[in-house]
Design a protein around this ligand. Sequence first.
Ligand code: AMP
Ligand code: MG
Length: 484
Amino acid sequence: MKNNINWNFDNSYFRLPDVFKENISPFSVKKPNLILLNKNLAEELNLNLSQIENKELSLIFSGNSLPEGSNSIAQAYAGHQFGHFTMLGDGRATLIGEHITKNNKRFDIQFKGSGKTSFSRNGDGRAVLGPMLREYVISEAIFKLGIPTTRSLAVVETGEEVIRDKSLPGAILTRVAESHIRVGTFQYIAARQKKDELQILVNYVIRRHFPELDNKKNKELELLKNVLDRQLDLVVNWMRVGFIHGVMNTDNMSICGETIDYGPCAFMDAYDPKTVFSSIDTLGRYAYCNQPMIVKWNLARFAECLIPLIDNDQKKAVQIATEIINTFEKKYEEKWVLMMKNKLGLIGYNNEDKNLILDLLTWMHQKKIDYTNTFIYLMNLDIEKNINFNDYEFKNWKKRWEKRLSNNNHTDEKYTEIMKRNNPVVIPRNHIVENALNFANQGDLEPTVKLIDILSKPYIPHEDIKDYQQPSRSNEKYQTFCGT
Ligand code: AMP
Ligand code: MG
């Protein structure tokens, strides 16, 4: 189709050798109907969508009419799923190309739910409306929380039914990412044991995501260090806001450090390090407190892929890579403590800081106190007073904290400002997201649109967020699902 909306494609991944992907065309869907469009993101991408009628937008964002300059492909990848290695690939996604913005920034444009590919295995290649809206809401919330993530540009209803445990409305999400290259992409290529293919992938990823490493002596090693740092920052951010990804398989770990794959993710209410929402994560492999160690585990799988390029002497290569992977714990500990100090407004260093942090977390855990709202309370903001804040133990802790704040050697404004930047006043609460999606499933998108708006300013307290701040009063355990 003619390009009147400013698509500016340059499809570098498409130009890679055939082993990296399969060329495909998204299947046409019956009755595409655009129901959500991210106008701000469209603007950031310099796309002119405002003058275009809904009917045409529906054709575009369903894949029924592909823009000029696109080359649609399914990407090949592998991955460790719950610790087990499997060949995977885009089973229900089509990468239509890389759009370049005015500022020369490159973004993958991908349709999720666009039909079968040769990687679909037993799947139908389709996606269901509720989960696609959920990905839109939560990925945009994560973005506004200041955490690297893939983003959501549009949701189109397909007009087709998708069979799950019952018949459900189908949908396609347009996902925008710095790239969809994963640890699993490296695993797929490494498993083929062809050094030249591996070198092509390394060179490609460095030029696309880490151009400053291109002239480094051992650039594979530098790549490992850089990916480690990005993943580390990402997981510290997840821990900061109480985000539980839910399915941190290596195929769901983006190499450029973006949060990707919003299947069974959810936010923690009451503080409990062992919180798990995913229905299939029965052993709690991806529980809140395990996320940092899983990042390290996944990075070790990434390092294994790079071994043949790190040194010709395999033993030496393993030793150097292991040394890098083993820097993870110390770096994580430092970044985590700093992050928690920011949440508490602690400036400078004090021997007792870590104990102060841990004592608060222990109290929250024992008394089942809401994680997000505790920090809101500490910021002196108006939050429905939980009776537990009158708790004797908490009051004692608060006295210690206030004493420590007085040793900050900075103004009160300074620490308040740090706390405000690090503690969201509103997060996508599970029961509120579910409620909005229930309305959407009955054709009423208003609560979803309102929720997206509320979540777009997560650090600014205002009247309208009150109804969105309270945890669920239900005692029923919240459950999430993969691949729906
Ligand atoms: P995920 O759990 O979403 O990370 O997906 C794991 C793998 O299953 C990926 O290769 C997906 O492309 C594939 N997959 C998930 N859902 C479907 C589906 N409905 N049809 C085909 N493949 C799917
Ligand atoms: Mg995935």
